[in-house]
Ligand binder design. Structure first.
Ligand SMILES: C[S@@+](CC[C@H](N)C(=O)[O-])C[C@H]1O[C@@H](n2cnc3c(N)ncnc32)[C@H](O)[C@@H]1O
Length: 214
């Protein structure tokens, strides 16, 4: 007897995580490398997306063995596949390095452009500041052997350098951007607060305010 094991490509595992994490909250998204829009469409299907910035030059890029043929009509196919989200999707036809100042800070970033070590690492470093605290920074092809497992090397280094907790599942990698801690003082007590909720002094019950730098 044959055992058929069907592996579902979508939703990608970082999208499944994001679905639970954001819990239907409206979010903004950047995808580096949108290609024909398969993953973008799935992100729209699973998450409550307000706006989606699709960065892809649709031009030759520095991965060995890749050529332009694959990209002929890819942008048109993405547009067609995503037509029902037309008003919420913004195509930025640039390499990721050049698109940085054309996108706002968002809640979910998915990196799936050039899978070399150098470009993956550069995308992680450059786009980290484009993610809001509590947001998800993710990407594809952690198991891709290209460039001697370039994506995996870049991700492990990036997490070690920033002290982040890495998640890897199937072909995806991701981290959650820690919420900024805030320092508050009241009743001769210093509070270090994680998260964005209102905080109340444990002694006088008054709502506290964040201490401002001079
Ligand atoms: C593997 S495909 C992306 C697949 C898509 N994310 C999906 O899952 O449906 C890689 C895409 O990255 C794009 N790309 C390559 N280098 C890039 C860069 N530096 N910035 C943005 N996109 C890039 C390519 O044009 C190509 O369309």
């Amino acid at each position: 007897m044959i055992n058929y094991n069907i592996v579902r490509k979508f939703p990608r595992h970082s999208t499944r995580f994001a679905k639970r994490w954001f819990n239907n909250k409206p979010i903004t998204v950047i995808e580096i490398g949108t290609y024909k829009g398969y993953n973008a469409k799935d992100i729209f299907k699973n998450l409550n997306v307000k706006s989606f910035f699709a960065i892809d030059p649709y031009k030759d890029y520095g991965e060995e063995g890749k050529d332009n043929k694959d990209l002929i009509n890819a942008k048109e196919q993405a547009g067609f596949r995503l037509k029902e989200h037309k008003k919420d999707i913004f195509f930025i036809k640039e390499y990721s390095d050049k698109a940085l100042d054309k996108v706002p800070i968002v809640d979910f970033i998915y990196i799936d452009g050039e899978h070399t070590y150098h470009q993956s690492k550069r995308d992680m470093i450059n786009y980290w500041d484009k993610l809001s605290p509590g947001g998800i920074f993710a990407g594809h092809d952690i198991t891709n052997p290209r460039d001697n497992y370039g994506v995996a090397r870049a991700f492990v280094e990036f997490c070690a350098e920033k002290g982040l907790k890495p998640y890897i599942s199937r072909t995806d990698w991701w981290v959650v951007k820690p919420l900024k801690s805030r320092i508050m003082r009241c009743c001769d007590t210093e509070y270090i607060v994680e998260g964005l909720e209102k905080e109340y002094c444990q002694f006088c019950d008054r709502e506290m305010e964040e201490e401002q730098d001079d």
